[in-house]
Write a protein that binds this ligand. Structure first.
Ligand code: NAG
Ligand code: NAG
Ligand code: NAG
Ligand code: NAG
Ligand code: NAG
Length: 267
């Protein structure tokens, strides 16, 4: 009989292949899991790095590091606490590190290194993302000539996101236009100042607007508002007084002219 018709051989071949497949699956699942650990935190908040242990034998070395920089960990034989980041705390029983006072610069890839008596396990990567929710946008308005207004909305947070407008009023599309927009990183905190400047044309009357970044919205504001009643009343009085003065002035001149002419005629 040819070897490949031998049922026993076939069985062996099958189980070998199965083993290989299982082995492959185990490897790929390990690397997948390693790639999948994601942590997110807020600026000023805290997170917990939980490094998985493959074999629960006594641990000789546990290191959490960021790039080449040691974050926290221990040797079974030696105390290295003094080298740890000040904003971290180690849970010695659990290969767990707590990190508080988070800021943007803590974002990135961290590696867990674990060596136990019998085993050196491949490093696990934990990716930390630190975000900051945007502050409520503030608006500053400049309506110098009464015909148009320049409005700037600004807010800060992380990561970068666009400042948007929500404008209501008559003929709103022709009445306003975004003229500048910027997202600037603070070089120290890395927080983004997101701002947008728009011009409003006041010839179509009052407009209402709010601005927003993501789901954080400003108050509702009015722009190109008509003069308020008090101001209007004052203006009417001033105008009336002006009119009285002008009319009196004209009448005096007419009177003078009339007298003048009369005098000339009389001579
Ligand atoms: C960590 O943050 C949680 C809330 O997210 C808070 O309850 C807890 O007190 C914080 N722990 C530390 C050590 O700052
Ligand atoms: C837009 O705004 C940014 C930030 O305020 C400023 O640096 C830039 O000069 C402005 N650009 C224009 C065209 O006004
Ligand atoms: C972020 O935290 C680190 C300490 O972990 C500190 O050295 C750094 O100054 C902080 N950065 C900011 C912008 O607060
Ligand atoms: C953010 O940008 C706006 C417009 O460029 C500016 O007026 C404001 O002062 C900035 N705020 C901060 C905190 O840098
Ligand atoms: C403002 O709008 C009016 C009417 O829609 C238009 O005639 C005028 O040119 C606009 N002014 C500016 C500065 O765009």
């Amino acid at each position: 009989m040819a070897p490949r018709c031998n049922p026993q051989f076939l069985n062996l071949k099958l189980s070998l292949r199965l083993l290989a497949v299982l082995n492959m699956m185990w490897h790929s699942s390990v690397t997948e899991v390693a790639a999948q650990i994601q942590l997110t935190g807020e600026v000023g908040g805290n997170v917990t790095f939980r490094c998985p242990v493959a074999k629960p034998t006594p641990i000789k070395l546990f290191y959490l590091q960021k790039g080449q920089v040691f974050v926290n960990g221990y040797y079974a034989s030696k105390n290295i606490e003094d080298k740890a980041w000040e904003n971290t705390k180690l849970d010695r029983n659990k290969t767990t590190v707590h990190m508080n006072s988070l800021n943007i610069s803590h974002s990135g890839d961290y590696q867990c290194h674990i060596i136990s008596d019998s085993h050196t396990q491949p490093a696990t990567v934990i990716h930390l993302t630190v975000t900051a929710s945007y502050s409520k946008p503030k608006a500053t308005m400049d309506c110098r000539d009464g015909l148009s207004c320049t409005v700037t909305c600004a807010s800060h947070g992380y990561p970068g996101d666009k400042m948007m407008w929500n404008v209501t009023g008559s003929q709103k599309d022709e009445s306003w236009k975004v003229v500048n927009r910027s997202e600037m990183n603070d070089p120290y905190t890395m927080m983004v100042n997101s701002s947008s400047t728009a011009n409003f044309n006041c010839s179509n009357g009052e407009l209402k607007f709010s601005c927003f970044v993501g789901d954080v919205t400003s108050n509702m504001f009015s722009v190109c508002t008509p003069l308020d009643p008090e101001e209007l009343k004052d203006n009417v009085i001033v105008a009336a007084m002006c009119a009285v003065v002008v009319i009196s002035f004209i009448m005096v001149i007419l009177l003078l002219c009339w007298k003048c002419r009369k005098g000339q005629k009389g001579r």
